[in-house]
Write a protein that binds this ligand. Structure first.
Ligand code: ATP
Length: 397
């Protein structure tokens, strides 16, 4: 049972701005229309959906040219989509569609983004779609689709091009396509192998470097172990020191708190004492003033006493001078008394002589008596003076 292309849905593709469904029924042999009405666009849509990758083959310069470009009456579109429905494909299509009775191939293009395929609603690669149609002995480049001028091109075709037609007729185009793909894959694999060889060389060099690094890492690990041990010990020491410091700090805190409490108590006491002292200050100030007064008085008294002492000393000096004078006077008086006694004795002798003469001369007697009395009075006065001087000397001594 041959595969049948049963429906073609075109939307936004070339001149088909609106979605258009072309039902391909048995007996359809051609599409007739005036030049430029869009007949070839239907075939282009068919080939595009089959995976045509050349914009030139679709009569454009780039693939976005297949999107409806707008007319004077209609704006352009940004999307184009062509869906082709194949029926009775079971057994003819390659896996994974070999058990599917019908296949719906959709190609959709967005302006500036590119196109992608879906087969029965699932994303598919362009290569898968091309292989599908190659296996079905059709496709965008298949001889089953003959475009304008293609017949004239076939006649003088080279043997290789003719061979393609024969292979298509034999149904092995898909195999060729796959062989080409396999060859591409093989070349890619060979290139990958070359790169893998290079990579292997690089990896071996890296392996050597890594072995060196591994040795260094082992050393590093050992040293790190030592460092960690040392750090742990250091931390333990630090911790112990911190514990000691903490205990010392706690003790210091306790002492400080005790000191603070004591200081507070002392401050309270001092405040009370200061208050009491402040209360005692006024009387003390009065006492001080009084003491100052007393002191001043005493100072004045002292000055007076000093003056009196100076005066007493002066008086003493004066008394001493007087004593000396009195002693001199006493010496004079003693001398005078001695002289007076001598004079008295002499006068007594004289009186006796005179008494004798008195008898002889009463006048001389009387004169002599007067002289005698005067001498006696002088002697008494001298004696009294001597007594006074003696008393004063005794009083001063
Ligand atoms: P002929 O018999 O001369 O080959 P035809 O009937 O096959 O003509 P087509 O070549 O399929 O006609 O269609 C040509 C028409 O499609 C032109 O009118 C052209 O303006 C229109 N057309 C082609 N590409 C686009 C596009 N991207 N957007 C809008 N219109 C387009």
């Amino acid at each position: 049972m041959p595969v049948s292309f049963s429906r073609l849905r075109i939307a936004g593709f070339k001149s088909f701005a609106e979605p258009t469904v072309v039902e391909i029924r048995g007996g359809l042999t051609g599409i007739v229309g005036p030049n430029g009405c869009g007949k070839s666009n239907v075939v282009d849509a068919l080939r595009w959906a089959m995976g045509e990758g050349s914009a030139r083959a679709l009569r454009g310069s780039e693939m976005d040219d297949v999107i409806f470009a707008g007319t004077a009456a209609r704006p352009s579109r940004n999307l184009a989509e062509v869906t082709l429905l194949l029926e009775e494909v079971q057994g003819a299509a390659p896996p994974p569609w070999h058990e599917t009775p019908e296949i719906e191939v959709t190609r959709r293009i967005e302006r500036g983004v590119g196109s992608h395929f879906r087969v029965n609603g699932r994303e598919a690669r362009a290569r898968d779609v091309q292989n599908l149609f190659a296996d079905l002995a059709s496709g965008a480049r298949a001889s089953a689709i003959i475009g304008q001028g293609r017949i004239t091109a076939l006649v003088p075709a080279r043997p290789e091009e003719r061979r393609l037609i024969l292979e298509e007729a034999a149904g092995i185009t898909g195999l060729h396509a796959r062989r080409h793909e396999a060859e591409l894959k093989l070349r890619a694999a060979e290139a990958n192998l070359g790169r893998a060889e290079d990579l292997k060389g690089q990896l071996e060099a890296q392996h050597e470097a890594l072995k060196r690094q591994a040795r260094q890492a082992t050393r590093y690990r050992n040293l790190s172990g030592h460092v960690r041990t040392a750090e742990a010990e250091l931390l333990a020491i630090g911790r112990a020191r911190a514990g000691l410091a903490r205990a010392a700090a706690a003790a210091a805190l306790h002492a400080a708190r005790t000191g603070a409490a004591e200081a507070t108590t002392a401050a309270t006491r001092a405040t009370a004492a200061a208050t009491a002292a402040a209360a005692r200050v006024p009387p003390l100030r009065s006492a001080e003033a009084e003491a100052r007064t007393v002191l001043e008085r005493r100072r004045l008294g002292l000055e007076q006493l000093a003056a009196e002492a100076a005066r007493a000393e002066a008086a003493l000096r004066e008394a001493a001078a007087r004593v000396a004078q009195v002693e001199r006077d006493q010496a004079h008086a003693t001398q005078a008394a001695t002289d007076a006694r001598a004079a008295t004795e002499r006068l007594a002798a004289e009186a006796a002589r005179l008494a004798a003469e008195d008898a002889a001369a009463p006048a001389a007697h009387a004169a002599a008596e007067t002289e005698f009395r005067a001498a006696a009075e002088a002697a008494s006065a001298a004696e009294r003076a001597a007594n006074v001087a003696t008393e004063r000397a005794a009083a001063l001594g």
